[in-house]
Design a protein around this ligand. Structure first.
Ligand SMILES: NC(=O)c1ccc[n+]([C@@H]2O[C@H](COP(=O)([O-])OP(=O)(O)OC[C@H]3O[C@@H](n4cnc5c(N)ncnc54)[C@H](OP(=O)(O)O)[C@@H]3O)[C@@H](O)[C@H]2O)c1
Length: 313
């Protein structure tokens, strides 16, 4: 689809929160939404990197309405503190973009003992969304956009070993976390519908976009060769982050977005191109797995959503 950031409807009066706003797709998303007059809350785990991002946006859009808050999705205490601080400053949240992520890193654990990729990419965002439900439901026609990946296609929910304690693979853990993002996004939409909430949940993916994401795993493994190879691929194959952010920007703002839909690039193998509606695997639509993941996530994070469960099929 021929759609770019210039077609974002005016966002005056709307509050948007982007996780991982200092880098890559989160930065581009924040930049574009600020230029469209949204009040953008940059949620970053490093205030220094966040400040730098805020300055870069302000250089380009001097009257941008921006706010920086620290959020570490690898620590539930930080997620709770973030939600409390957000709640003290804002009654409404119009758009939540669950964007932050890490990919294919060696096995690490969050402050709460979760495997890092599952913990940051899924559980941290699950908790954040649940803790921000009041401001989301207070807004008119709120949207939750959760960023997944084509990597979800290889993902399997290993409910017996979600944290890779018995068997860990950096890529299988990433794929599982990205499948969890979709199961969550679709289940949240069903729960919004079941409660007649004035809100929708959608998912997006950026294809293959050159960001910092690809370097993290090789860096943590100390593999200079892999880092070089990833850098080369980023330069030759990937699209730039500005283009990669379009599906999530479309999902966050386009008037014709459908709750429960998934948006990604329309080009070769969904790796690049303009935003369009895309399909995800049968596994991502497995309602039993979604309910199981939801219950597991509520227990693991101790965050409950005040939305009634969907009825059994
Ligand atoms: N790039 C691609 O080709 C691609 C493809 C498919 C899906 N995605 C998805 O796109 C999303 C954005 O990734 P990106 O490509 O823009 O990567 P990126 O440039 O590495 O940005 C990731 C962001 O997430 C933040 N983050 C990491 N751990 C965090 C934590 N514990 N708490 C809070 N924030 C944390 C990072 O903060 P720091 O800067 O402080 O590390 C950074 O701001 C991810 O969900 C990723 O899975 C990307």
């Amino acid at each position: 689809m021929n759609w770019d950031a210039d077609r974002i409807p005016d966002q005056s009066g709307r509050t948007v929160l982007v996780t991982g706003a200092n880098s890559g797709l989160g930065f581009e998303t924040s930049r574009a939404l600020a230029a469209a007059n949204a009040h953008v809350v940059l949620a970053c785990r490093s205030l220094d990197r966040g400040r730098d991002a805020l300055d870069r946006i302000r250089d380009e859009t001097p009257d941008a309405s921006l706010e920086l808050l620290d959020l570490d999705l690898a620590d539930l205490a930080s997620v709770r503190s973030f939600a409390e601080r957000f709640g003290r400053r804002h009654d409404d949240l119009d758009v939540l973009v669950n964007n932050a992520g890490i990919m294919a890193i060696p096995r690490r654990e969050t402050a709460d003992g979760f495997e890092m990729q599952f913990g940051v990419n899924h559980l941290g965002h699950f908790a954040l969304t649940g803790l921000l439900l009041d401001p989301l439901l207070a807004a008119e026609d709120a949207r939750v956009v959760t960023v997944s990946s084509t990597a979800h296609t290889g993902g399997k929910m290993r409910f017996g070993d979600l944290h890779g304690e018995t068997d860990y693979g950096p890529w299988s853990a990433y794929s599982q976390s990205k499948l969890a993002n979709l199961l969550f996004a679709y289940e949240l939409q069903r729960r919004f519908e079941a409660t007649d909430a004035d809100a929708s949940s959608v998912a997006a993916h950026p294809g293959y976009s050159a960001t910092e994401l690809q370097a993290r795993g090789p860096e943590m493994r100390g593999s200079r060769l892999r880092k070089l190879a990833m850098g080369l691929l980023n330069r030759i194959v990937a699209q730039d982050a500005e283009q990669g952010a379009l599906p999530q920007l479309y999902a966050a703002t386009a008037p014709d977005v459908v709750g429960g839909a998934y948006y990604g690039p329309d080009g070769f193998m969904e790796m690049r191109g303009g935003p369009t509606r895309v399909e995800s695997t049968d596994r991502s639509h497995d309602r039993d797995a979604a309910r199981r993941l939801w219950e597991y996530s509520e227990n693991a994070t101790d965050v409950s959503f005040e939305l009634v469960p969907t009825e059994q099929d």
